[in-house]
Design a protein. Structure first.
Length: 207
C-alpha cells in the first residue's frame, strides 16, 4: 500500500489522494479479527494520503453491514475510531447513514469530516439539494432493502423500493404530473411509503 501511495503521488502530485480502507471486514471466520483492520490507517496517513474513506464489510460476509436490519448510525464508531487514530487526516464515511440531518450532526461533533452518500441518491437523486434547501420533509429516504444491490449482482438494471422511476427517468409514462381532478385521499398500507405518510401515522396513532 505504501508503494502504491508513493507512486500515485509522484505521478499525480497536484491531485488529492483518497484511500478507502475497511473499518471491519466482518469476515472473522476466515480472515481479519474484528477491530484489527484499521491498523492500515496509520501507514496510509504516514505515506501522505489526503483522506481516508472508511467502509464496512464485504459482499461475502455473513453479517450485514448496510441492510435494513442495521440501524442508521450503527457503524459510526469505526469512523470515530479512525478519526482518533489519524487526527491529521480527513475522514470520509457514509455506511448505513442515509439521513443528511444525522450526517450533518455527526460532522458537527467531529466524528468524521465528509459524508459519503451512494444508495440514498438512488432513492432520491435530489436528496442533497433538498437538504441544502431545508426540504427534508420531501425526501424519499433509503430504507436499506437493497433491491439495488441484489439486481446489480445478477447483472440486472437497478430498481429501488422507494423510487420506481429509477432507470426510467427519460420515459414519459414515469413522469409525475398533477392530477386532472384533485381529491383528498387516505393511504392505507402501501408498504413503507404508506407508513411514512403523515396521514397514515396519525391514523395509526388513533387506532
Amino acid at each position: 500500500m505504501r508503494e502504491l501511495i508513493d507512486a500515485i503521488k509522484q505521478a499525480l502530485p497536484e491531485h488529492p489522494l483518497v484511500v478507502r480502507l475497511n473499518g471491519a471486514e466482518l469476515m472473522d471466520q476466515w480472515a481479519q479479527q474484528r477491530g484489527r483492520v484499521l491498523r492500515f490507517d496509520a501507514p496510509a496517513t504516514a505515506s501522505g494520503v489526503d483522506m481516508i474513506s472508511v467502509t464496512v464489510g464485504w459482499q461475502e460476509a455473513p453479517e450485514s453491514s448496510i441492510g435494513r436490519d442495521i440501524p442508521p448510525g450503527y457503524w459510526n464508531r469505526l469512523a470515530i475510531r479512525a478519526k482518533k487514530e489519524c487526527p491529521g487526516t480527513l475522514i470520509a464515511y457514509g455506511n448505513r447513514l442515509p439521513d443528511p440531518a444525522m450526517a450533518n450532526d455527526c460532522i458537527g461533533r467531529g466524528e468524521f469530516d465528509y459524508w459519503e452518500v451512494c444508495r440514498p441518491l438512488l432513492a432520491d437523486p435530489e436528496l442533497v439539494h433538498k437538504a441544502a434547501e431545508d426540504r427534508l420533509d420531501e425526501v424519499r429516504r433509503c430504507i436499506g432493502s437493497l433491491n439495488c444491490l441484489s439486481r446489480l449482482f445478477r447483472d440486472l438494471p437497478y430498481s429501488c423500493t422507494m423510487n420506481p422511476a429509477l432507470g426510467h427517468e427519460v420515459e414519459p409514462e414515469y413522469a409525475i404530473t398533477p392530477a386532472a381532478v384533485k381529491k383528498k385521499i387516505m393511504v392505507i398500507g402501501a408498504g413503507p411509503q404508506g407508513w411514512n405518510s403523515p396521514r397514515r401515522r396519525r391514523s395509526a396513532a388513533t387506532t
